[in-house]
Design a protein around this ligand. Structure first.
Ligand code: PLP
Length: 411
């Protein structure tokens, strides 16, 4: 295949999304230079600080409302989901252990999560083990779903934290979070969910889901990178992981990234349709309801094309309980890395499994945990769509994909 330079087609929105106009506009004043820009530290007591504080608290209140949190102070701003996940799981484990010891329990205490979590959750096992916790993994049903029955078999009175993601980043499977949190409640185990891929894409209501903590990263829904938040139910026993100043009511020390937070809130407001009255039609395309219909139709188009035009493939994950914008496909007898390279040469950007795992020759831990044989797993590509993706781009990507698979199978 000859390399061709055309406008690039971005089908890797589960790795990160382009910034939306609303977020860019909201952040612009905070990025300006000089003393007239809103540069204040939200913790300063003078008027410049108070203005920053007011912007920060306004953003917190709106973010809390969109999630149906009971109180704004249940939102802790962080530097993204990796930090939110680490802080939630380790902080909750330490807080719950303290509580359990005061109640006369001695353990051994454990933290439970699933085999298909992102590394931001799975890698906390090292710190947790060093702190004396046991770490157990729950299986999935082969479609990437953790069932309440599987969780029941593993959660007991010594379980201090359970963390199961709201939707998987590689195959898009949506978890039955309300049913899983109910299992945990029976055992008094606090429940955290990594909602990075779900937030802004499917409705989320922390009360209806029954979660105690929930992690979000702004750049997955057209906000800026390096900023996110942790919803942390009022009264939950938890310890801060980052110590220092008293910012975020002592849950997360360090001066807040106000520009990022304001940008994240603007993107969230758009996703949740909160500023419909003052949005242009273009912006409204980002509202969750509209974007869902759009990306679902792109995903369906590509899935049907692949099924009809390319032999020996399998579509991974649940056929019904999946995010609208993620499509994971395995191509038998094809190297995922080689296919990704050929697609890239033709201007189509996708991903082999999760962004963090790419570059590694190991089959993805998610596909392996779903029981997908290694020879299929290593030929897997994830396509992910956003409100920015156009139908004609997907049509072109489909043609490129068919030719690339054909080419690789014939060399
Ligand atoms: N959790 C999930 C499910 C993700 O998909 C990602 C990023 O890909 C993360 C956590 C980490 O997010 P961040 O890199 O923004 O900290």
């Amino acid at each position: 295949m000859q390399a061709m330079q055309t406008k690039r087609i971005y089908l890797d929105n589960a790795a990160t999304t382009p910034l939306c106009d609303a977020a860019a506009k909201a952040m612009a004043p905070y990025m300006e230079s000089g003393t007239q820009a809103p540069f204040g530290n939200a913790n300063s007591l003078h008027s410049i600080g108070r203005e920053a504080f007011s912007a920060l608290e306004d953003a917190r209140a709106r973010v809390a409302r969109a999630l149906k949190a009971h109180r704004p102070d249940e939102i802790v701003f962080t530097g993204g989901a990796t930090e939110s996940d680490n802080s939630a799981i380790v902080g909750m484990a330490l807080g719950a252990r303290e509580k359990a010891r005061l109640a006369g329990k001695h353990g051994p205490f454990k933290v439970v999560t699933s085999r298909i979590e992102h590394e931001a959750v799975l890698e906390t096992s090292h710190m947790l083990r060093a702190l004396g916790f046991e770490f157990e993994l729950v299986d999935n049903d082969g479609l990437g779903r953790v069932t309440p029955e599987a969780l029941k078999r593993i959660v007991d009175e010594n379980t201090l934290v359970v963390s199961v993601m709201a939707a998987n980043n590689e195959v898009g499977t949506i978890q039955p979070i309300a049913a899983l949190s109910a299992v945990c409640r029976k055992h008094g185990a606090p429940f955290h969910t990594d909602a990075v891929q779900a937030y802004g894409h499917i409705p989320l209501d922390v009360s209806a889901l029954g979660v105690d903590a929930l992690s979000v990263s702004a750049h997955k829904f057209h906000g800026p990178k390096g900023v996110g938040f942790l919803y942390c139910r009022k009264g939950l026993a938890t310890e801060p992981l980052i110590s220092g100043g008293a910012q975020e009511r002592g849950y997360r020390a360090g001066t807040e990234n106000l520009a990022g937070i304001v940008g994240m809130e603007a993107a969230a407001r758009l996703a949740f349709g909160g500023n419909a009255a003052d949005s242009s039609c273009e912006e409204l395309a980002f509202s969750m309801a509209q974007a869902r219909v759009h990306v679902a139709s792109l995903r369906n188009y590509m899935a049907r094309f692949i099924e009809n035009e390319i032999p020996d493939i399998r579509i991974n994950g649940s056929g019904t309980q999946h995010l609208p914008g993620i499509l994971s496909v395995s191509f038998q007898g094809v190297s995922g890395e080689a296919l990704l390279g050929l697609l890239d040469q033709q201007g189509v950007c996708a991903s082999a499994g999760s962004a963090c795992a790419s570059g590694s020759l190991e089959p993805s831990h998610v596909l392996t945990a779903m029981g997908i044989p290694a020879e299929w797993a290593q030929g897997t590509i994830r396509f992910s769509f956003s409100a920015f993706t156009e139908q004609r781009e997907v049509e072109r990507a489909c043609q490129v994909l068919r030719d690339a698979v054909h080419h690789l199978r014939n060399v």
